[in-house]
Design a protein around this ligand. Structure first.
Ligand code: CP
Length: 343
């Protein structure tokens, strides 16, 4: 009996709306209809779209608890992971998300692809079209490349920005907010502090654009070379002292020092950075009692956050971020692939 319950055939889409049923009647705005085919930025995401992604992710997250983690929702669809830059979490979670929904997933990595032989982005796009891609997930170290790819691909192929240079990482911001909301259901006027190398952080930018839509009180903190005062123009508060920034915080998001994107001389010595900006249990006493701590990973343990705090699940949501990332990416693949270009 147990065996039958967990068989592939019986692991149907019981709790998952069929594509033609994606009318989100359960959401507050029940006139909302999903039409988006690509996700390049959080800037142009409407709140209704965010709620629809979260609603779908919540429903699909149940798959992760099953013995057989597979449903036929995307059977016959092709997802191509096109990663021109290293990734652990994003690439593998998109791969697993696609596989859990039964799509065919293939990974192009720069080190083994013809890009090494000088192939242009436009020719790579043509190859993706000829291979029958339904969705392309792209990461690139140069800002704007996913937007360029969108110019080369027809509108019926979904494109998902998996991080472009210092510009944006929209799926990370979505999984961050999805994770935060499980503990802080309303972000209105809540203090969220983003700490670290803001200048080079696509995660910070995508989070700022997304959190602003929910009325969040956003504070940024980092050393002056990595947090220019001009960030105030985005309608956020800027701090150069960590203790000032995290006072009464509801949520603190620490970021990795991105040494690979920095020109020389921008960062202080690591031990100085640790002394001034490393988040620890001691420093957390300044924040609200129930404060939650996030980090997009990969973590430089002992540089931006102490190992003890990163692993303390009373505060740290880092492990939840990883599993929620799979749910959010399943939801995005599902919604984007089934959106009609004519709708
Ligand atoms: N958070 C994040 O983008 O991690 P990866 O670089 O491992 O994908």
């Amino acid at each position: 009996m147990e065996k039958e319950k967990d068989s592939y055939i019986n692991q149907g889409t019981k709790n998952i709306a069929k594509p033609e049923e994606l009318n989100f009647e359960e959401l507050k705005n029940n006139n909302f209809k999903w039409t988006r085919k690509t996700l390049l930025s959080t800037k142009d995401l409407h709140i209704d779209e965010v709620e629809a992604i979260f609603h779908t992710a919540e429903s699909l997250s149940e798959i992760l608890t099953r013995k057989v983690k597979k449903v036929p929702a995307l059977r016959g669809k092709v997802v191509i992971n096109l990663f021109y830059e290293e990734s652990t979490r994003t690439r593998s979670s998109f791969e697993l998300a696609g596989k859990y929904l039964s799509s065919d997933v293939t990974n192009f990595s720069i080190s083994t692809s013809s890009v090494k032989k000088g192939e242009t982005l436009q020719d790579t796009a043509q190859t993706l079209i000829q291979m029958g891609a339904d969705a392309v997930v792209i990461r690139h170290n140069v800002s704007g490349v996913p937007f360029q790819l969108a110019e080369y691909l027809p509108r019926n192929i979904s494109i998902i920005n998996a991080g472009d240079g210092s510009n944006e990482h929209p799926t990370q911001a979505l999984l961050d907010l999805f994770t935060i909301r499980k503990h802080v259901p309303s972000l209105k006027n809540k203090k969220v502090v983003i700490v670290g190398d803001i200048l080079h952080s696509r995660v910070a930018r995508s989070n700022i654009w997304l959190l602003q839509k929910f009325g969040t009180d956003i504070h940024l903190c980092g050393p002056p070379p990595l947090l220019p005062e001009s960030f105030k123009n985005y309608g956020v508060k800027v701090h150069w002292k960590l203790d000032d920034a995290i006072k009464d915080a509801d949520v603190i998001m620490t970021l990795r020092l991105q040494r690979e994107r920095q020109t020389t001389g921008l960062i202080p010595q690591l031990d100085e950075y640790h002394r001034l900006y490393c988040l620890s249990h001691e420093r957390l006493k300044l924040a609200k009692k129930n404060v939650k701590v996030l980090h997009p990973g990969p973590i430089n343990r002992g540089v931006e956050i102490t190992s003890e705090l990163a692993d303390d699940t009373n505060y740290s949501l880092i492990a939840d971020q990883v599993s929620n990332g799979v749910s959010i990416r399943m939801a995005l693949l599902y919604l984007l692939i089934f959106a009609s270009v004519d709708s």
